[in-house]
Design a protein around this ligand. Sequence first.
Ligand SMILES: [Mn+2]
Length: 387
Amino acid sequence: MTETAVRDALRAQRIEVPSWAYGNSGTRFKVFSQPGVPRTPEEKIADAAQVHAFTGVAPIVSLHIPWDRVDDFAKLGSYAAEQGVRIGTINTNVFQDDDYRLGSVTNPDPRIRRKALGHLLECVDIMDATGSADLKLWFSDGTNYPGQDDIRARQDRLAEALAATYERLGDDQRMLLEYKLFEPAFYMTDVPDWGTAYAHCLKLGEKAQVVIDTGHHAPGTNIEFIVAFLLREGKLGAFDFNSRFYADDDLMVGAADPFQLFRIMYEIVRADALRPDSGVNFMLDQCHNIEPKIPAQIRSVMNVQEATAKALLVDAEALAAAQTAGDVLGANGVLMDAYDTDVRPLLREVRADLGLDPEPMAAYARSGYAQRIAAERVGGQQAGWGA
Ligand SMILES: [Mn+2]
């Protein structure tokens, strides 16, 4: 790839940020509150707009229903536009109601299944109002003990709910199915892995695609293989980026394993799926428990940019030649050369080309925004899980 093409690709890159990253979050032991945390969906969008203002590549904000429920979603969309961003994926939530103790769409009780499906369909109504193209589905459904419920019957119930939701989608809308190995269910999860998600999506049709949340795998899983496979099948709809040391840690993407993020981005570049019109949505799905939230999002965007720049710098011709020649160490060397490149000067230039400060973290710190929201956002209920 020529240097111009690399710069163009980096300038055109789009990363979606989640509204919930700006609210308070924590673990099951403690949620720590921070000064200046948003109290409304509007304030979350205003914070998200700061990430775009300093990085230039994050103009899309994911909403989470019901946490971001408002009376007038069209008005919220206009507010986002005024802030310089737009509303993206609508994320569903069928895991925070007492009714869902034994599952949502897979619950043995048909009344609860109807309630869960009603929420999914309502989220498509919201997509119509916001102009969102993607509905993201993640189910906490599963069981804690062998024998607790019928594994096969739960798959039938899941398939039924997915089909009813798929039926409701408009021509330009997609549903994205996210899998997760375990938690909160500890024995069996109804959508535990990419194979299960892929099989359901394949049966549903073209508008159903798989989401890879990088934190939702067993230790040692080769995530870039899953990326390559799903891209080849045209079934990779989106990423939820974050990083993990142990389980679903939801730490800043690229913090725990920048080399893994590079390997993932290399498969994306290899499949020409980086372009915003490629059909792959790159979203951050992170919770910042102890670190300041807006800078953590800015850092995360930068981490994705650095991994992407390195992936774009892989000498494709030299790599193909080494692979064809069976030159194991040569091929590995080509990939490592790209990974070992310091791309920070290149990204500083890309930002300068976009009319931005080359150092987003320092520029945000200097802007005084953090001090301003801490002073202004007094009273009210800070956003967090469930608000
Ligand atoms: Mn996720």
